[in-house]
Design a protein around this ligand. Structure first.
Ligand code: ADP
Ligand code: ASP
Ligand code: MG
Length: 818
């Protein structure tokens, strides 16, 4: 005899019931079957709700009840032909009338005992079994309905009764001894106490009914048919990448279900475990899928983590006091008080000093637990031997489960580290001495992020999802998106990094999409579907989404965006930017951002602030971290100025014409004075010096201007061009002087002997700076380890493609570190 249980979702509609029938018909060819039926999906909740409304004297219970009655009557009509309908309708109506009568009574006296509630909510199973059995008969199966109240016997703990195991086993054995029908349809969930009252086995209890039957009858297996293809590595509601675990041992399954894997009611494992009967979790909607086999199997299974589960509504009680050590039987009294109040404790932690003890319980039990503890220790609270009880709500538990945990080192370290990196604060932790489970109490709002982060870290087949929030879709922004588009598949396949644009904005529009905005037409999609851009709203939404592995990419040059980095880093979201403003403001502000990144385990990367895509800052970072010291820097850091002085010979085009050409080709800022004044170079050398460990401000860097002051004062860009055209003689003199000495003009940033300056210099032919082409940059670092021959970094230092690739590099560096 085999036992198959079909859950509410499998019985959600006549369509689904037909699927169930197909499975049962096929299986009944070879075996006698017991089909344990749940109520139609949602019915138990609705009966509960109707009862509560009636208790409150709220007449709307009637409308809800009518809907529920109609649903059952419609199912009868949909599934059964006229002949079958007439017989069954009377039986269905009898049950429905009884519910109606009871609820009317409840409504009139406005009182609802747990005993009455059990009678009402258990009816859902009775109705579904009636209808299913009749349908099976109509479809030609030899089916018969049985009544579990004849063999599942419990105490009188209404709401969640305790089964009298010995008696139940005996009753089941004798009851089924001479049941001849090939298919026996049994309502799940309902039972009876020793006085003949209806009881129920607790929410989700149909699984338990099936397990009790399978165990008592020593069935070869127990099949739990539901709406997912097995016990999954995590709750699929939260973790899209979760997958069915092919096989798992009983104890692991118990841990997972106890810690929230709703797919199986926790008490169901024990009876079949004792008898060594395997449980199969199967999907009614994908019967061919393998599902999960829960059984005893050898230690050869080495997967370190089997699954990750969560319990959503948790409260944490913290009882502390310096004199707790002196209170006799402290823990005993605490747990006894909770047990007497029927509060089940989910997790316990106690520090070795015994000055505090922390217990996690179901949120629903908070008031009960509070008064139980306050009563039990009333004297100690009064005498201030104990601190006032500290209760935290809106919490959740996430738990890693595996029976192989004891054989793997560093799992808890990894768990806490990845949670920390995503800004998930851990309120309490517990690891059972059996080492089958590590649990952490976290804030409820962090569940999704925590589960996904852990899933990606512990199930290596998952590519790590990295959520990008891009602001700025100009030249650099667009090029970056193109590069992401070209490379994203490769990164997923070879580096397990799944980059997605989860949010994007420019000055006009902003758009979010958790499934990722497609790279190939991200800007068009933004303009088409986006809403009006508001920077504050964008940031709020990004933080509110609270996605794991989030990176904010600022492709603008705006101060208003740079000013938001602190808040972003504080939300454990990393920042990548070519925008120099944040790093070149006051030293204390720059330092604050660095500290925030450290404190919130986010990353702040700005490689492209100096030399575009050239690896200048990362190289410097490696030198400093490995203990080197910067003694001197000589650098050409302005691609624009290099272009200008490479093209201005004093013989051909005038200085003004060359600058104009550079501007036209996009090698200068729209206002070329920003480049020509040297401010941009000053900012770059300042960043290098700060990254080298010097506490410097922009004003500490001397600049010798080469553009006459009155040109710089010109009212606008046009006037500026006019005024430099008038100063051609000045520029010509500069270049001719250099030529006469066999030197070239370069705009150089220098750091020497603790002093930094920028200015136009005449460079001798044997200097590495002399032959710098086009818009190239060069940086020479003299350090303790490179005292004579400097470390040289040279190459294209401007342009959208190299800048975007520098940003891309920063993104990958962060993704690898997450
Ligand atoms: P049934 O109505 O068949 O009894 P339940 O709703 O009680 O079904 O349980 C199945 C549901 O459990 C799934 O739809 C899924 O949302 C949820 N669930 C939570 N955690 C897990 C997990 N680890 N594996 C599978 N399902 C899970
Ligand atoms: N119908 C009951 C419930 O919803 C029992 C079950 O489905 O297992 O809790
Ligand atoms: Mg269930």
């Amino acid at each position: 005899m085999k036992v198959l249980k079909f859950g509410g979702t499998s019985l959600g509609s006549p369509e689904n019931i037909k699927k169930v029938k197909a499975i049962v018909a096929k299986k009944s060819l070879n075996d006698q079957l017991i089909i344990v039926a749940s109520a139609f999906s949602g019915v138990t909740n609705q009966l509960h709700e109707c009862s509560r409304l009636a208790e409150k004297g709220d007449e709307s219970y009637k409308a809800q009840l009518d809907a529920l009655i109609n649903r059952h009557l419609e199912a009868v009509q949909d599934l059964l032909g006229a002949k079958a309908q007439s017989g069954i309708m009377a039986k269905v109506r009898l049950v429905l009338n009884e519910i109606e009568d009871i609820l009317k009574g409840v409504f009139l006296i406005q009182e609802l005992s747990n005993k009455t509630l059990d009678k009402v909510i258990g009816s859902g199973e009775v109705l579904s079994a009636l209808i299913i059995n009749e349908f099976f008969l109509q479809e030609g199966m030899k089916s018969s309905q049985i009544n579990p109240q004849e063999f599942i016997l419990t105490d009188s703990e209404f709401g969640k009764a305790n089964v009298n195991m010995a008696l139940t086993e005996e009753k089941i054995k004798s009851y089924f001894h001479n049941q001849k029908a090939q298919v026996l349809v049994c309502p799940g969930f309902v039972s009876k106490d020793l006085y003949g009252n209806s009881t129920t086995l607790g929410r989700g209890g149909s699984d338990y009914t099936a397990a009790l039957l399978a165990a008592a009858l020593e069935a070869p297996e127990l099949e739990i048919w539901t709406d997912v293809s097995g016990m999954m590595t995590a709750n699929p509601k939260y973790v899209k990448q979760a997958y069915a675990i092919p096989q798992i041992d009983y104890e692991e399954a118990m841990e997972l279900t106890h810690f929230g894997a709703k797919v199986l009611y926790p008490p169901s494992v024990h009876p079949v475990y004792k008898k060594g009967i395997p449980i199969y979790i199967k999907n009614t909607f994908e019967p061919e899928a393998e599902g999960t086999k829960i059984h005893e199997f050898p230690e050869s299974d080495v997967q370190s983590i089997k699954g990750i589960s969560c319990i959503e509504n948790i409260a944490l009680f913290n009882l502390s006091g310096s004199s707790m050590v002196g209170i006799p039987y402290f823990s005993h009294r605490l747990f006894e008080a909770l047990a007497l109040a029927k509060v089940s404790v989910i997790l316990i932690t106690q520090a070795s000093s015994e000055h505090s003890i922390c217990v996690a319980i179901d949120l629903e039990d908070v008031e009960k637990a509070k008064s139980a503890i306050e009563n039990a220790f009333s004297l100690e609270f009064k005498e201030e031997m104990l601190n006032p009880l500290y209760v935290e709500t809106d919490l959740a538990i996430v738990a890693l489960v595996s029976s192989q945990m004891k054989n793997h080192i560093g799992l808890s370290g990894k768990m806490f580290s990845v949670l920390g990196q995503n800004g998930i604060n851990i309120k309490a932790i517990a690891q059972g001495s059996s080492e089958k489970n590590i649990s952490a109490v976290i804030e409820k709002k962090q569940i999704k992020k925590a589960l996904n982060t852990l899933h990606e870290s512990f199930f290596l087949s998952d590519p790590k999802r990295v959520n990008l929030f891009i602001v700025g879709t100009g030249n650099v922004g667009k090029t970056l998106i193109d590069q992401l588009n070209q490379q994203s598949e490769y990164l997923k396949e070879h580096n397990q990094i799944d980059l997605r644009i989860s949010g994007i904005a420019n000055s006009l529009k902003m758009l979010f999409d958790l499934n990722g905005i497609p790279f190939e037409n991200a800007v068009e999609t933004l303009m088409e579907k986006g809403q009006k851009m508001d920077l504050e709203d964008f940031l709020e939404e990004m933080k509110e989404l609270n996605l794991r592995n989030s990176i904010f990419i600022d492709n603008t040059a705006h101060e208003i965006v740079a000013n938001t980095y602190a808040g972003v880093l504080e939300s454990s979201i990393s920042v990548v930017t070519p925008n120099k403003i944040a790093c070149t403001g006051k030293f204390k502000d720059y330092k604050k951002l660095k500290n925030l990144a450290f404190r919130y385990r986010s990353h702040f990367r700005f490689e492209t602030n100096v030399g575009a895509g050239l690896p200048v800052i990362n190289t410097l970072d490696d030198l400093i971290k490995s203990g080197d010291e910067v003694l001197g820097i000589q650098a050409v850091l302005s691609g624009s100025l290099n272009f200008i002085f490479n093209n201005y010979t004093g013989k051909g085009d005038s200085f003004a014409e060359v600058v104009k050409q550079a501007q036209k080709e996009g090698f200068t800022e729209p206002d070329p004075r920003i480049d020509l004044s040297g401010v941009d170079v000053k900012r770059k050398i300042l960043i290098l010096l700060r990254e080298s460990g010097f506490e410097m401000e922009l004003n500490d860097i001397d600049t010798i201007p080469f553009i006459p002051e009155k040109c710089m004062q010109a009212k606008n860009v046009e006037k500026f061009f006019e005024s430099i055209a008038q100063e051609e003689a000045h520029f010509k003199q500069l270049v001719e002087e250099a030529n006469a000495e066999g030197k070239k003009l370069k705009y150089v940033a220098t750091f020497d002997n603790g002093k930094a300056n920028t200015g136009l210099e005449k460079i001798v032919p044997d200097s590495p700076l002399y032959n710098l082409e086009g818009k190239d940059n060069i940086v020479l670092f003299n350090t303790k380890r490179y005292p004579e021959q400097p470390l040289v970094i040279k190459g294209a230092g401007a342009g959208a493609a190299v800048t975007a690739s520098g940003i891309f590099g920063d993104i990958i560096r962060i993704a690898n570190a997450l």
